[in-house]
Design a protein around this ligand. Structure first.
Ligand SMILES: CC(C)(COP(=O)(O)OP(=O)(O)OC[C@H]1O[C@@H](n2cnc3c(N)ncnc32)[C@H](O)[C@@H]1OP(=O)(O)O)[C@@H](O)C(=O)NCCC(=O)NCCS
Length: 186
C-alpha cells in the first residue's frame, strides 16, 4: 500500500481511494454518523454505491483521495476534489471527511495540506474552493488553518438531508500560497 502514496507528510500520507477500501471506509462511515451529519448528505453504504463512487474518479473532473496514517496505513480521512474545471479556471471544489475514531488529532489539517500541494503541483490547479455551513466550526477551523480566504455567502447552496442549507464560500489559490506560507500546523 505505501508505494501507492502520492505525497508523504510527517504522520499521514495521501493516496487515491480504490475499490478495496470499501469495507474499511464503510465501517468508518457507519461509526461516524454523528460526526458527519448534518454537515454532509447521508450516503448509500452498499458495495454497488461505493463502486460508483470510486468510478467517478476515473473521470478527469474528479479526484478521490484518502488520508492514511503512515505507521499503519489506516484510513483517517477522505478528500475529494470535485468539478475540476480546466482552461482559464484550473479550479476544483473540495469535499472532505474525518472519521470519528481519529478526528481531532490534526490528521485532516496535515492531510488536506498534502492534498492542496498535490492539487497545485501534480494536478496543475490554481484554485480550490470549499463550501461550508456557517455553524460547522470544525470545518471552518480546518480551512482557516490552511490559509483559505472567506469569499462570500451562498444562500441555499446545497441540499443536505432534505434541507437547502446556506454555505460560506472559502477558497485558496496557488498565488495566495506563494505569497506567504499558509498557517502552520494546528
Ligand atoms: C471538518 C472535519 C473534517 C475536521 O476534522 P478534524 O479532525 O477536526 O480536523 P483535524 O484532524 O485537523 O483536527 C483538528 C483538531 O485537532 C486538534 N489537534 C490535536 N492534536 C493535534 C496535532 N498534533 N496537530 C494538529 N492538530 C491537533 C486541533 O487542536 C484541532 O482541534 P480544534 O478544531 O478544536 O482546535 C471533521 O470535523 C468532519 O469530518 N466533519 C464532518 C464532515 C464535514 O463537515 N465535512 C466538511 C463539509 S464542508
Amino acid at each position: 500500500m505505501p508505494n501507492r502514496y502520492l505525497i508523504l507528510g510527517d504522520r499521514v500520507a495521501i493516496r487515491p481511494v480504490c475499490a478495496n477500501d470499501y469495507e474499511e471506509i464503510t465501517a468508518l462511515t457507519r461509526d461516524s454518523s454523528e460526526l458527519h451529519h448534518p454537515w454532509i448528505p447521508r450516503r448509500d453504504t452498499t458495495r454497488e454505491a461505493f463502486d460508483d463512487f470510486v468510478a467517478r474518479f476515473a473521470q478527469p473532473t474528479h479526484e478521490g483521495l484518502v488520508i492514511c496514517l503512515r505507521q499503519t496505513d489506516e484510513i483517517v480521512g477522505g478528500v475529494n476534489i470535485n468539478n475540476i474545471v480546466r482552461g482559464s479556471m484550473q479550479s476544483g471544489m473540495l469535499g472532505y471527511v474525518a472519521y470519528a475514531s481519529t478526528a481531532g488529532h490534526g490528521y485532516m489539517s496535515e492531510g488536506l495540506r498534502l492534498v492542496v500541494q498535490f492539487a497545485f503541483t501534480e494536478l496543475g490547479l490554481h484554485r480550490l474552493e470549499a463550501n461550508i455551513q456557517p455553524t460547522n466550526t470544525a470545518s471552518l477551523n480546518l480551512v482557516k488553518r490552511l490559509g483559505f480566504l472567506r469569499e462570500g455567502y451562498s444562500p441555499g447552496f446545497q441540499r443536505i438531508n432534505g434541507v437547502w442549507q446556506d454555505h460560506e464560500r472559502w477558497a485558496l489559490t496557488a498565488d495566495m500560497l506563494s505569497a506567504g506560507p499558509c498557517a502552520g500546523p494546528a
